[in-house]
Design a binder for this molecule. Structure first.
Ligand code: ADP
Ligand code: MG
Length: 703
């Protein structure tokens, strides 16, 4: 038997959670901390000192030597700078580890080398990190030792957000405030807060580390830039939910333990559709904690993979021809007195509050479809959205039969008198129970699907932070709630007004509802007829941040200032241009120093064979034909390489970052494809022994 895992004992072991605070703080101090967590405000300096000391003592008992303000700059990943608890030794040379309230609450990393999109010039590099008291501190154990990590927000000297966390927290406050107005209208005076809850399902690939190290494209770009398809892909559908192989199982077990220690509720694990692809889903939690935890999930996956001689690929499209990876973002709104605003109950037609919430969300998604699309874009996701695997780049909402029927009745008559019920699923086998059946089947092709008591936003990319999608969701829904509350609070007859408003919103925005197959070609045309935006790429989506409509939205709810939005747009162009530049340079490198030399080596061998066979008195028909074919492809490849190299150099020198990003998309990406095509064809012609790096088959099937 393997050793028994005591999950209850290890869960949260490395987290300075409420339980540990309650144990280690006096009653009054604990109460003050809890009040600030729940209601906002600031800790008094004296309390901050006490909390810092308790936190440090706990951390040091667990072997911590350093602390860090852990933050999430606009790179999309996390950043940390370690400071030890070491202090000046006393006159006897003895050193006492110390950590003050000031150090806990505020940090000042040099901000000059993080992307700021022009918000902060390098000569005014001050940036501050501020403790996000609602997300617990935790210990990270790795080769550097044990580090106390304090989740923080990151702002510039002038108070502008330089990170993904600050706007998220602002959006959570906005949606809470507006949602409270809605529930109050329905007579709920108990609730004091509405929390956005998020459960992000994380997809990823695992490949063998030794093989990974032989592929410069995986090393530099995180995805393959060359590679002929393996004889087998995902067509047999035998990987999805398949038996988990031993080596992967050992990884998953280790990963779960690490995550549980960090207080991450790793819950579900399975093989995904593509070979070598897997998924992990945690249990949903408050949005900012879910965002932090998702960062920890991604980081821990990478770390644990190394231990198992594996490499975790989080890029959205590591391999052409098989599914890429996404991150389904499950989202709902919950009051602090225990009500999920997205729970329709048994008979949604009678649940007026739910119907109002639903119509507000439909309105928000319709009006700001462009922003939602933007929030799910990153460079890797351009390969996914719109391809035959992920939802299309067009935002639409799937409601399912039951709700669609209710919506139809409301639009037609202003009232929904009936609703389709779930009923029983007859198994037809006497020894199997007949199962209660949901009123609605699933739809896997919708980018924004209602799934029982939450919405599932399926466009998000696997490598991306879920901060942006949730910031946008909270913001757009806050706006719709605010507009509805403005009308309803002023209404003389609430019941009449709420019915009218639901009917109005549903009638005006039902074009956003689509229950059909989102992958079908006809949908693209239908969506165009409906006037829904179809934004094909990340950089085409970037400008949606700074439209008049979006500046108005974000400024109204104090989520972004106009200059913060402009800076973010700029960073998107920069990131895109830099990423494609790296990919192009990697291809040029691999083509010039690996593929072409390997092909030349093989054709030289072939040429010799041709001579030898002929000398033996036989006509080398096949050998000569193969040599001809290879030479032709090699010529094609060299030509494409020269073109890519020349174009790349020209575009790299451009000054206007937006124009440059578009040139990378319109000129360099096609030039990269042109180089890849003959290279992949050559891979199928050349002796396997001569090919300079592991193939798709090696990477995906021999893990
Ligand atoms: P799927 O079948 O799509 O894998 P699951 O029902 O397993 O979906 O849930 C996926 C994710 O949704 C999990 O992280 C889960 O915790 C989360 N989730 C469930 N209910 C809610 C909710 N009310 N709000 C937000 N997330 C939720
Ligand atoms: Mg899902």
């Amino acid at each position: 038997m393997s050793e028994v895992l005591n999950v209850e004992a290890i869960f949260g072991e490395n987290v300075f959670n409420l339980g540990k605070m309650r144990e280690r703080l006096t009653k009054n101090v604990f109460k003050e901390v809890k009040r600030v967590m729940e209601q906002g405000g600031e800790l008094s300096p004296a309390t901050a000192d006490i909390v810092a000391k308790a936190m440090k003592d706990w951390a040091v008992e667990h072997g911590a030597t350093h602390y860090t303000h852990w933050f999430q700059p606009l790179t999309g990943i996390t950043a940390e700078k370690h400071d030890s608890f070491i202090n000046h030794p006393d006159e006897n040379g003895k050193m006492l580890m110390e950590f003050s309230g000031k150090e806990l609450i505020k940090g000042e990393p040099d901000a000059s080398s993080f992307p700021s999109g022009g918000l902060r010039a390098t000569f005014e590099a001050r940036g501050y990190t501020a403790w996000d008291i609602t997300s617990p501190a935790f210990l990270k154990e790795d080769a550097t030792g044990v580090i106390l990590c304090i989740p923080t927000a990151f702002c510039s000297y002038t108070g502008e957000a330089l990170d993904k966390k600050t706007p998220l927290l602002r959006s959570m406050e906005a949606v809470s405030e507006q949602a409270l107005r809605i529930v109050k209208l329905f007579g709920n005076t108990q609730a004091t807060k509405v929390t956005a809850s998020v459960g992000p399902e994380q997809e990823y690939f695992l490949v063998d580390r030794q093989k990974y190290l032989q592929r410069k494209d995986l090393i530099f770009a995180g995805r393959t830039l060359f590679g002929a398809p393996a004889p087998k892909g995902q067509e047999l559908e035998d990987h999805y939910f398949g038996v988990i192989r031993e080596r992967i199982g050992a990884f998953m077990k280790d990963l779960n333990v690490e995550l549980w220690k960090l207080g991450v509720t790793a819950k579900t694990q399975h093989n995904e559709v593509a070979p070598a692809q897997h998924e992990l889903a945690p249990i949903y939690e408050t949005a900012n904690i879910a965002v932090d935890h998702n960062q920890l999930v991604m980081e821990t996956m990478k770390k644990v993979a190394e231990r198992h001689g594996l490499r975790c690929l989080l890029n959205e499209k590591p391999f052409a021809g098989v599914n890429g990876s996404g991150k389904h973002n499950n989202w709902s709104l919950n009051t602090d007195d225990g009500m999920n605003l997205l729970d329709p109950g048994e008979t949604p037609n009678e649940n007026i509050q739910f119907l109002l919430v639903l119509s507000c969300i439909l309105k928000a998604v319709d009006i700001h479809a462009d922003l939602l699309r933007q929030s799910a874009s990153d460079v890797g996701n351009d390969h996914r959205l719109g391809a035959n695997e992920a939802p299309p780049a067009i935002i639409s909402v799937f409601l399912g039969e039951q709700l669609e029927d209710v919506v139809r009745q409301l639009i037609e008559t202003g009232e929904a008198k009936s609703c389709l019920l779930g009923g029983k699923l007859m198994t037809g086998v006497s020894t199997l129970p007949d199962l209660p059946k949901d009123a609605t089947d699933r739809n896997r092709t919708s980018p924004f699907a209602f799934t029982g008591n939450k919405f599932e936003f399926r466009m998000v990319g696997s490598a991306d932070s879920v901060a942006s999608p949730n910031t946008i969701l909270n913001a757009i829904v806050a706006e719709a709630f605010c507009e509805a509350a403005d009308v309803l609070e002023a209404a003389e007859d609430f019941n009449l007004a709420v019915h009218d408003l639901i009917k109005k919103y549903l009638s005006e925005h039902h074009r956003i509802i689509f229950n059909g197959n989102g992958y079908a070609e006809e949908w693209v045309e239908e969506a165009q007829r409906r006037g829904l935006p179809n934004i094909k790429s990340m950089i085409e989506a970037a400008c949606t941040l700074t439209t008049e409509k979006s500046v108005k939205l974000f400024e109204k709810f104090h989520i972004f200032t106009e200059s913060e939005l402009e800076s973010r747009e700029e960073i998107l162009y920069e990131t895109y241009a830099k990423t494609i530049n790296i990919e192009a340079l990697t291809m040029i490198d691999m083509a010039s120093t690996q593929i072409i030399p390997a092909v030349m080596g093989y054709s030289q061998k072939l040429a010799r064979t041709v001579v030898d066979v002929r000398a033996a008195g036989v006509e080398p028909v096949v050998q000569a034909e193969l040599l001809g074919q290879i030479n032709e492809k090699l010529g094609e490849m060299k030509k494409a390489l020269t073109e890519l190299t020349e174009k790349e150099a020209g575009i790299y020198a451009m000054k206007d970052v937006k124009a440059q990003a578009f040139c990378y998309k319109d000129v360099i990406v096609p030039a990269m494809e042109a180089l890849r095509k003959p290279a992949d064809e050559l891979e199928m012609l050349v002796d396997r022994e001569c090919w300079p790096f592991p193939t798709y088959g090696d990477l995906m099937f021999e893990v």
